[in-house]
Design a protein around this ligand. Structure first.
Ligand code: THU
Length: 136
């Protein structure tokens, strides 16, 4: 699947964002190695720490459906009133670590505003010297 298509799915997922506290809407689309796509949005909570990020929503949906082999992820986020996010929204530290649980350092992270305006980074660039218990 092309990056532009995955970004479109992330933008669509962003429309489902439940973010009444921050007003910051995030969407993610995770492509599995077998071609399946899982999308996610951020889901906030009045007990703020119970909030779940868009990326983790997508990853947890995938893993709970039996998928653990991933190709790439697209992430879009910004003020909920903006239909096109003004800036790039790189994954938070916790989401980077959760991705690292299932993905190698060359996993591709697409950080996007629109299907034409995006940059790609590897998970290794976003999370250098990452902790992986399996290596000990
Ligand atoms: N958020 C995400 O969904 N993904 C990120 O990687 C960064 C932050 C959400 C969490 C919260 O609902 C809102 O953005 C503001 O922090």
């Amino acid at each position: 699947m092309k990056n532009a298509e995955l970004i479109e799915l992330a933008l669509e997922a962003r429309q489902k964002s439940y973010s009444p506290y921050s007003g910051f809407a995030v969407g993610a689309a995770l492509l599995c190695k077998n071609g399946r796509v899982f999308t996610g949005c951020n889901i906030e909570n009045s007990g703020y720490s119970a909030t779940n990020c868009a990326e983790r929503t997508a990853i947890f949906k995938a893993v709970s459906e039996g998928e653990t082999e991933f190709e790439k992820i697209a992430v879009v986020g910004g003020n909920a009133v903006e239909s096109v996010p003004e800036k790039y929204c790189p994954p938070c530290g916790i989401c980077r670590q959760v991705l690292r649980e299932f993905c190698s350092c060359d996993f591709e992270v697409i950080i996007a505003r629109t299907s034409e305006d995006y940059k790609t980074m590897t998970l290794g660039e976003l999370l250098p010297e990452s902790f992986d218990k399996r290596e000990f």
